[in-house]
Design a protein around this ligand. Structure first.
Ligand code: G1P
Length: 292
């Protein structure tokens, strides 16, 4: 088996304004909205770490510094908790190894492709992962780990995909599937961002997880505007097909679209129901509410 360069870096685009969740997101980044008791960004960072990612690259913007604070040591909080003999393990996932979190700024919201391009100097010549924290992926192993396992087999570029009802495809990036490589792996022969339903090449959408070769940064360099007048990552990836291997991984697990309010509520309910410490209580509450 060919040895592929390991995936140690992940880019998290977190510069978005979160207008869909206003007024909640006026002073708080949407990535810090909690699903039960963990902020969205924590789920994505944990998923990346589980997959062996060591370097976390946040593409941030104005008003987003609280995300970096979340992964810092909160000295006053910790010493007070320690004095009071509180269990500190709850903070473990927020502890970053010194130096493993890097932020770059996206000064103007020109699109996802532009946000990723802002991280080019940190990504350098290494293949890297991208995780969109809006998409909450719950699986064992996690989505990124499933992708890294596929990458170790085929190398090149990979995106996670899932099937949605045909009338929903125009909200997403859509793949044109090629040859089926295995149960979960398909070649990608084309990609189109937010196509009209009638023009969509399939109902398989990009679900916010990517493993890409550094050449995508060069492609993004001169990427014109696409859907919605934004510089789209999907368009840059589409231009790489043919020059580099491109595969889609069908994620085995559950996905919650936390970029939408109903998806956010669904995720909250689903994860609360699964929790050992509160699942049965939440179930009883839900049943009581539904019976009304
Ligand atoms: C982005 C991508 C799109 C992908 C989606 C997943 O769109 O551009 O290809 O399907 O994330 O959530 P956005 O949600 O930023 O409009």
């Amino acid at each position: 088996m060919t040895q592929h360069k390991p995936i140690k870096k992940a880019v998290f685009p977190v510069a978005g304004l979160g207008t869909r969740f206003l007024p909640a997101t006026k002073a708080i980044p949407k990535e810090l909205l909690p699903i039960v008791d963990r902020p969205l960004i924590q789920y994505a960072v944990d998923e990346a770490r589980e997959a062996g990612i060591e370097q976390i690259i946040f593409v941030t913007g104005r008003g987003k510094t609280a995300i970096v604070e979340h992964f810092d040591v909160a000295y006053e909080l910790e010493s007070t908790m320690e004095e009071r003999g509180k269990d500190m393990s709850v903070l473990d996932p927020t502890r970053a190894t010194p130096g493993d979190i890097i932020t770059v700024r996206q000064q103007v919201p020109l699109g996802l492709g532009h946000a990723i391009w802002c991280a080019r100097a940190i990504v350098g010549d290494d293949p890297f992962a991208i995780l969109l924290p809006d998409e909450l992926m719950v699986g064992e192993p996690g989505c990124m780990k499933q992708m890294v396992e596929a990458y170790n087999e085929v190398g090149g570029n990979l995106i996670s995909v899932l099937e949605v009802p045909q009338d929903e495809v125009s909200s997403y990036g859509v793949i044109a599937p090629g040859a089926q490589v295995s149960d979960t792996l398909t070649e990608v022969t084309g990609l189109v961002e937010k196509p009209p339903v009638a023009e969509a090449p399939s109902n398989k959408i990009i679900s916010g997880r990517y493993i890409l070769q550094p050449e995508v940064m060069r492609t993004l360099e001169n990427q014109g505007k696409g859907a919605g007048g934004e510089i789209q990552l999907t368009d840059a990836m589409a231009r790489m097909i043919g020059n580099q291997p491109f595969h889609a991984v069908t994620f085995a697990g559950n996905r919650y679209d936390c970029g939408s309010k109903t998806g956010f509520v669904e995720a909250t309910l689903a994860l609360a129901l699964e929790r050992e410490d509160m699942g049965s209580e939440v179930r009883a509450i839900a049943e009581r509410l539904l019976a009304k």
